[in-house]
Design a binder for this molecule. Structure first.
Ligand SMILES: CC(C)(COP(=O)(O)OP(=O)(O)OC[C@H]1O[C@@H](n2cnc3c(N)ncnc32)[C@H](O)[C@@H]1OP(=O)(O)O)[C@@H](O)C(=O)NCCC(=O)NCCS
Length: 244
């Protein structure tokens, strides 16, 4: 487990030129479930009840409730005032404060919430799936450059390299907010383990990758994660959400 995550402080709720990243460790957050549940609206509770597995339901409640708690403290308002709208591809935004951007992701035991007033943001976390047929999936979803970069990795780097690429691509499409209607071969990301996380090219619609920042997020040896936004020169703060 990466130790760079801090306990929340009053700083966690200040806007400024900052990306706030919140880590949800679902096993730890589980004990807060009863405290979090009342934060959900009747519609959100109904959506929670539709999950077949209890674990998925609890993850949903913890993520949505924690997001609402953080946003309400940032905006100095009640959690019941926090209402979400959705763009045509399903990306949620804050109805009362559309210029406070956020995005969430969950996989396995961890979730991430990214919040910033700087620009639209995308975040993604994935637990390694060791049995996945990675080469087939890479050929289907990665760009030509990414496939070549992936296949040129040493065998023992390929699991990490694959999920670096996957999470970075997801973070980018989530930042843009177009979902999978944005063709995955129209942009390239770096993937080599140990090298910087970067967007290398954005072909359609053409954009300058230098205007974007992509950051790797360290959580645990069995997970890859990244966030990205169209901005440079900002501060990133890392908070543990379950101690809220
Ligand atoms: C739906 C999608 C946005 C992410 O799905 P995912 O990786 O399965 O799920 P995550 O946990 O990372 O993210 C889910 C959250 O993203 C947010 N989201 C939904 N649609 C979104 C969109 N168009 N843009 C940004 N965020 C979106 C929501 O908050 C959602 O959580 P909620 O439903 O609890 O509110 C979309 O990118 C997708 O369908 N991906 C499929 C996977 C794939 O083929 N990836 C190829 C990568 S190489």
């Amino acid at each position: 487990m990466n130790s760079g995550w801090s306990t929340p402080s009053p700083d966690s709720f200040k806007e400024g030129n900052v990306v706030h990243l919140w880590l949800l460790n679902y096993k730890k957050c589980q004990e807060k479930l009863n405290e979090i549940l009342p934060v959900l609206s009747p519609e959100e509770k109904q959506r929670g009840d539709k999950f077949y597995f209890e674990n998925d339901k609890n993850r949903y409640i913890i993520t949505k409730g924690t997001l609402k708690k953080i946003l309400s403290r940032m905006l100095n308002t009640e959690t019941r005032e926090i209402a979400f709208g959705y763009n045509e591809h399903g990306k949620p935004y804050l109805e009362s404060a559309p210029n406070l951007y956020f995005n969430v992701s969950h996989s396995g035991n961890f979730g991430l919430i990214a919040i910033t007033p700087i620009s639209e943001i995308g975040v993604d976390v994935e637990r390694f799936r060791h049995k996945m047929t990675r080469e087939d999936i890479a050929r289907r979803f990665f760009s030509k450059k990414e496939i070549n970069d992936y296949l040129s990795l040493d065998i023992d780097q390929r699991l990490q390299g694959f999920f670096n690429c996957w999470t970075r691509k997801e973070a980018f499409i989530k930042a843009v907010g177009l979902g999978l209607s944005l063709p995955l071969n129209t942009f390239d990301v770096s993937l080599k383990p140990g090298a910087n996380a970067e967007i290398l090219a954005i072909r359609k619609p053409h954009d300058d990758p230098e205007k974007w920042t992509m950051k790797n997020v360290l959580i645990d040896n069995e997970y890859a994660a990244a966030f990205t936004l169209r901005a440079v020169n900002f501060e990133t703060k890392y908070w543990r959400a379950c101690s809220l």
